[in-house]
Structures are given as C-alpha cells and as structure tokens.
Design a protein around this ligand. Structure first.
Ligand SMILES: CC(C)(COP(=O)(O)OP(=O)(O)OC[C@H]1O[C@@H](n2cnc3c(N)ncnc32)[C@H](O)[C@@H]1OP(=O)(O)O)[C@@H](O)C(=O)NCCC(=O)NCCS
Length: 215
C-alpha cells in the first residue's frame, strides 16, 4: 500500500481532507499482464469505471460493478489474446493497466472501425496501415496524475517500436460527458487529432475524438 498521510485541515473550509497516497517511482515496474492479475485489474477498472462519471478525474465508459462476471470474462479474454496488455505494479499490487490491440486484433473485433471514423482533413490515412490502438488505460482512482499512466505508455511505445509499429491510436469520450483528464493526458503525450467517431453505447450516441501519435 502507498504511504497514506494523516488527514490535514483545509485552511479555507476547515474541513478535514485526506491527502492521496504518494507514489515512489523507483518502486513501480511495468510488465505484461498475466491471469494472476485478473482480479486486481478488475478492481482498478471498478475504481474509475463507475455508474457516475467524473469528467475532471477521468473515467472508463463502462460501469464495471454492474456485471462483474461479464467484465472479468472480458479482461480474462483480453489477457490471453492481446499482445499489448500491461500492468503497472508496486510489489504485488497492481496500480494501473493499459490494454491495447494490434491493427489485426482491433479490426477483428471492430471490422468497420476505419470506415466509421470521420477523418480529419489533414490526417494521412497511410498511418492506418499498421497501428496499435489503446483501448483502455486506467490508473487506480486515488493514484492518478502521478506519472503511472505515462510509464505504461512508455512501455507500449518501446514494444511498438521494437515490432516496427510507428502509429498509435486512442479514443477519448467528449460527449455526452467529456473526459477532461484523458484530453489533458493526450495533449501531454503529444497526440494529435485524427478524427471523430460516433458510436452507439447503451442506446445513446457517444462521441469520441480519435487521437494519433507517431512513435
Ligand atoms: C487518464 C489517465 C490514464 C492518465 O494517467 P495518469 O497516471 O493519471 O497520468 P500521468 O500522471 O502519467 O500524466 C499526468 C497528465 O495526465 C493528465 N491528467 C491526468 N489526470 C488528470 C486530471 N485529473 N485532471 C487533468 N489532467 C489530468 C494531465 O495532462 C497530466 O499532466 P500534468 O500532471 O503535467 O498536469 C488516468 O488519469 C486515469 O486512469 N484516469 C481515469 C480513467 C481514464 O480516464 N482513462 C482514460 C480513458 S481514454
């Protein structure tokens, strides 16, 4: 567990606030996910994928506690199938994960994806010939903004380059609820806007911005 400081008083409100656990970076390592990580991955997903979405701290679109067996099975399948499913850990504690698909894996699951996107007029479609798509990145809700997401991306970029893959995509929800944390993260990671994707989710239309980065 992280070091949890004693509650401090907020001067303005006099309410007690709990500082978040602080991460020591030399204690964190990133490795490929294994089946032994399943339960911890699911818990991390539950911490940021809830019924109520938090625009400012970021969120996953699904509500993971709503159907534990379905989501566990989804992660189980992803761990066994995907080449790029990583966890960030401290000791034996999983702090976050990144789950990404190769082009073939992604188009098998979403055969119409390339045609569904309204591509940015200046985006070079040649960059879709061989890519990795990051489907989910999630850091435990109390540990965001401490560099763990960046560590996961560094590992992905290293592995992508070593396979000769130079293009990475990721989608960020902007409507009906914008994911401001993810938008800020894309900017910090130097992604550029490649297109817009409308998809049906739970009977509604969700708008995603499609981001691209050359690595
Ligand atoms: C988005 C997410 C993966 C980023 O990982 P992270 O470990 O928090 O990010 P890092 O600490 O490596 O990078 C921090 C940068 O991300 C952005 N960021 C992360 N959390 C943020 C927040 N709550 N508010 C605003 N920006 C945020 C900022 O650009 C920040 O840079 P800064 O610290 O210089 O301001 C993580 O916040 C998360 O899991 N959020 C909840 C789930 C989610 O939104 N996933 C993305 C779905 S596409």
């Amino acid at each position: 567990m992280g070091k949890i400081l004693a509650p401090i008083k907020n001067e303005k409100t006099s309410r007690k606030v709990h500082p978040l656990p602080v991460i020591q970076h030399d204690q964190i390592s990133v490795r490929k996910a294994t089946m032994d990580d399943l339960e911890q991955i699911y818990k991390v997903a539950c911490s940021v994928g809830k019924n109520r979405k938090d625009s400012y701290h970021g969120f996953l679109i699904d509500d993971y506690a709503s159907d534990p067996e379905y989501y566990r099975a989804m992660f189980r399948q992803a761990i066994s199938l995907l080449d790029h499913f990583y966890v960030a850990e401290r000791g034996k504690e999983v702090l976050g994960f990144l789950m990404a698909y190769t082009r073939r894996q992604w188009l098998e699951k979403n055969p119409n994806w390339l045609d569904e996107i309204i591509w940015h007029p200046l985006f070079d479609r040649k960059k879709t010939e061989n890519f990795i798509l990051v489907d989910k990145t999630a850091i435990r809700a109390d540990l965001t903004s401490q560099g763990i997401g960046s560590r996961l991306y560094m590992r992905l970029v290293r592995d992508a380059r070593s396979r000769g893959v130079l293009d990475i995509f990721g989608e960020t929800v902007v409507d009906p609820i914008p994911n401001f944390a993810s938008l800020a993260f894309r900017r910090k990671q130097h992604y550029t806007l490649a297109g817009v994707h409308y998809e049906e989710y739970g009977g509604r239309i969700v708008t995603d911005l499609v981001y691209h980065k050359s690595v």
